[in-house]
Design a binder for this molecule. Structure first.
Ligand SMILES: Cc1ncc(COP(=O)(O)O)c(C=O)c1O
Length: 367
């Protein structure tokens, strides 16, 4: 806070700015959508990696947040955030030992499981620590990354159900493979097909296991469809808060969420004919997802491309003017999650003024 400059135009670049009005619009809108549909919101913190932003989401009505990894959950617990769901299976002694410490501090912590072996490891760790915890069955609904296929989940369900240390709270079904399908209709069709076996399994579990009351699912790309699935009880959307070029490139259901996150970069070299060079390269703009969008500091036809670790190349799609030396550009990043992980802080801005600085305190938490 000591080094905070009052105006966005004075921020040194490259840096990340977060437009607080646009951010709050996004948060409010998703919270209203979920609440109006009778669903809970448990947004994913892996997107923004910022406990101050989690606190805002909770303040607006979220029941907690999701974490991708134990180390992210650790940082969130330290920041006083409750209602955490770890959305990936936790195996190996080091991770389980860390998890046990967290369960002791935050007894409502929930984790997903996706194998009977994993359940046995977790059960043993809890037994040795004298603890108990709640779990969700992670269902693989087509992404093939983690989870058990719904039609092969019975052994896993039995192993959780027979444990004295574990309470089966429900299922998680994240259809990551459909989130960025460009056509809304195709996305809806594929999402429906992907979720159907999970829905059937959840219904069956609910009839036999009273503690089974949670169906956690969704991402920004399918949130509007998932709101209409009666079995889904909570949305674990992430990118809607910040947004990125990858999500802006697909067909939205209504107005897209607003690109609250921008990368600021400066033109540092100009005498190159058809392009100029800016000070943001691979180390500040992660290369994944949609083409970055230059939204301020030049015409709409400017194109960003990576130019090594430290630099980017700005060219023009037509014959228009290139920005001058020292010009400052605002860029919507390709993929928000990995880009955020390259920075220590967000400069929080409002009407061109820097009003706060939020540490990206989950940065580098990949264990
Ligand atoms: C398990 C899980 N849930 C939810 C999300 C949030 O998805 P999105 O950022 O598309 O909203 C992600 C993102 O990758 C995820 O991995």
């Amino acid at each position: 806070m000591k080094h905070m400059v009052p105006r966005q135009a004075e921020l040194d670049t490259p840096c990340l700015v977060l437009d607080v009005d646009q951010l709050e619009d996004n948060l409010r809108r998703m919270q209203h959508l979920a609440s109006d549909a009778g669903k809970d919101l448990r947004p994913h913190a892996k997107t923004h990696k910022c406990s101050a932003l989690c606190a805002k989401q909770v303040e607006m009505g979220a029941i907690g947040v999701c974490a991708a990894k134990v180390s992210e959950a650790d940082a969130l617990v330290r920041a006083g955030i409750g209602g955490i769901l770890i959305t990936g299976p936790v195996v190996t002694a080091a991770k389980l030992a860390r998890l046990m410490k967290l369960v002791r501090q935050s007894p409502d912590l929930t984790v997903v499981v996706d194998s009977p072996d994993g359940v046995a490891q977790l059960d043993r760790a809890l037994d040795e620590a004298g603890l108990a915890m709640q779990v969700l069955i992670d269902l693989d609904v087509g992404l093939g990354r983690t989870g058990v296929k719904p039609d092969r989940s019975q052994v896993l369900v039995n192993s959780v159900h027979s444990s004295l240390r574990l309470t089966l709270r429900g299922v998680q079904a994240y259809a990551g493979h459909v989130q960025h399908i460009p056509s809304l209709i195709q996305r809806a069709d594929q999402s429906d097909a992907a979720l159907r076996p999970a829905v059937n399994l959840y219904r069956a579990l609910q009839t036999g296991i009273p503690s089974c009351t949670v169906f956690s699912a969704s991402g920004t790309g399918t949130h509007s469809m998932d709101l209409g699935v009666p079995e889904i009880t909570e949305l674990q959307v992430g990118s809607y808060a910040l947004m990125d070029a990858e999500y802006l490139a697909i067909e939205a259901d209504g107005e897209p969420f607003r690109p609250a996150l921008r990368l600021l970069t400066t033109v540092v070299s100009v005498d190159h004919g058809r392009h100029v060079t800016v000070d943001a390269g691979l180390k500040s703009l992660y290369r994944d997802g949609g083409a970055p969008r230059v939204i301020k500091g030049g015409g709409p036809d400017l194109i960003y491309d990576w130019f090594g670790d430290e630099y980017g190349r700005i060219s023009h799609s037509g014959h228009g003017l290139l920005p001058d030396l020292g010009a400052r550009l605002e860029i919507v990043v390709s993929h928000c999650d990995p880009t955020v992980n390259l920075f220590d802080r967000y400069h929080v801005i409002q009407n061109g003024r820097v009003v706060d600085e939020w540490p990206i305190d989950l940065r580098g938490c990949s264990q």
